[in-house]
Ligand binder design. Structure first.
Ligand SMILES: Cc1ncc(COP(=O)(O)O)c(C=O)c1O
Length: 401
């Protein structure tokens, strides 16, 4: 039997096209743990401005040791699905901690927030229901809704980003639906903007809708103690469903969860396909994530440090002549236009010792390619000053400032 040569040739032609258009992505290999600075193969030490390691916990000694302890206690994993072969005590402890942290009754973990989002929509809607989603929601929410529509034949719509009149109109038009679900990101990952959660909650009450919010870029980041978008707006406990990742501020390894009522989490446990047909979060990861939550609860000053670093960086990069999208989150996008320009800027910054990724179409709309900076509590003032100096040099060289 020979391999299908045409299949490979076609894939190679598509890859060559990406290279010709200068939008081909390549890996950068790191030889040290994620942090404010990393050792990158062939580049030496670089300052990292493109990680979601918002609180610097991915290499925190307590988080790392908890992972070792998890491995020693539980081994590599259960070897199957939780309901079939048992679930580890650390999963239960982590889920209790996550629920406490985000202000809900319960939570249920998945191997990624992608899976958590994918699990949610199709499991809580059926034919005759209506799901409405912000235009800039994360790809995992978009795919989750597409999947729910294909499986259940529910009705779906997209409202213009942050346009709550449009949201109202779409809910009004679907007043006859059995159940209405509003899906929003807490923090929009490519913009760094924050959803107007109190208004969305008000609209949900007026239209008898369920609010599902993905807080992946807000958990550990927003709110005085890092509990997310709900804490930021003083509405903890008022969001029906919160999903989030363990792969960013909450330890940085991997994993995700759905948080809400005990009934919701039990229903997902009974019926959501990624839970029923896939392995649990590895115990090393669950143990590290649990330690990360405990560190954040014990040391809220880390969240304050992230806020201080963000304010300083936003000010300094603006003073340097750049015009980042306005906001208050540690996601600081600098729009440069075409995808190739974003990639060229990212390459030039790397040559100056700053690792920051350029994003273009289809991740962001055509013509709005950007270099997205992300600040961490792990950055020292020297790290951030170094980065801003590199931005000045590259900005001047490329004629961006
Ligand atoms: C808003 C949002 N939701 C979900 C995800 C997916 O998270 P995970 O890596 O845990 O699958 C991401 C990751 O980029 C994200 O930014």
């Amino acid at each position: 039997m020979s391999l299908n040569a045409r299949f490979t040739q076609e894939l190679q032609a598509s890859l060559d096209q990406l290279k010709a258009e200068k939008v081909y992505k390549r890996f950068n290999f790191l030889e040290s743990p994620q942090g404010a600075r990393v050792r990158m193969q062939g580049r030496g030490e670089v300052v990292v401005l493109s990680s979601n390691n918002y609180l610097g916990l991915s290499n925190d000694p307590k988080v790392v040791e908890a992972g070792h302890e998890g491995l020693r206690t539980y081994g590599a994993g259960t070897g199957s699905v939780r309901f079939i072969c048992g679930t580890f005590a650390v999963h239960r402890d982590l889920e209790a901690a996550l629920a406490r942290f985000v202000g809900t009754e319960a939570s249920l973990t998945y191997p990624a927030c992608w899976n958590a989002n994918e699990a949610l929509t199709a499991t809580i809607v059926q034919e005759g229901d209506f799901v409405v989603s912000d235009a800039l929601n994360h790809a995992s929410i978009i795919d989750s809704i597409r999947l729910a529509k294909a499986i259940t034949k529910c009705t779906t719509a997209v409202y213009q980003h942050g346009d709550l009149d449009d949201l109202r109109t779409k809910l009004r038009a679907n007043a006859a639906a059995r159940r209405r679900v509003i899906w929003t990101d807490g923090v929009f990952s490519m913009e760094g903007s924050i959803a107007r959660l109190p208004d969305i909650l008000q609209i949900a009450r007026e239209h008898d809708a369920v609010v599902a919010m993905d807080d992946s870029h807000a958990s550990g980041v927003l709110g005085r103690t890092g509990r997310g978008t709900a804490e930021h707006f003083g509405v903890l406990g008022e969001v029906d469903v919160i999903t989030s990742t363990l792969g960013k501020a909450l330890g940085g390894a991997a994993g995700g969860f759905v948080a809400g009522s005990a009934a919701l989490c039990d229903w997902l446990n009974q019926r959501s396909r990624p839970q029923l047909f896939s392995n649990a979060l590895p115990p090393t990861v669950a143990s590290s994530a649990l330690a990360a939550v405990q560190v954040i609860e014990a040391e809220p000053q880390r969240v304050q440090r992230l806020r201080d670093n963000t304010a300083w960086f936003r000010g300094a990069i603006t003073e340097a002549g750049f015009k980042p999208l306005a906001g208050e989150t540690p996601i600081v996008p600098i729009i440069v236009g075409e995808t190739a320009a974003a990639i060229a800027m990212s390459e030039a910054l790397l040559a100056e010792g700053v690792f920051v990724t350029g994003f273009g179409f289809p991740v962001v709309p055509q013509g709005q390619a950007r270099v997205r900076c992300q600040v961490s509590a792990a950055h020292t003032r020297e790290d951030l000053e170094f980065a801003v100096r590199a931005f000045r040099t590259v900005g001047a060289k490329l004629g961006v400032i």
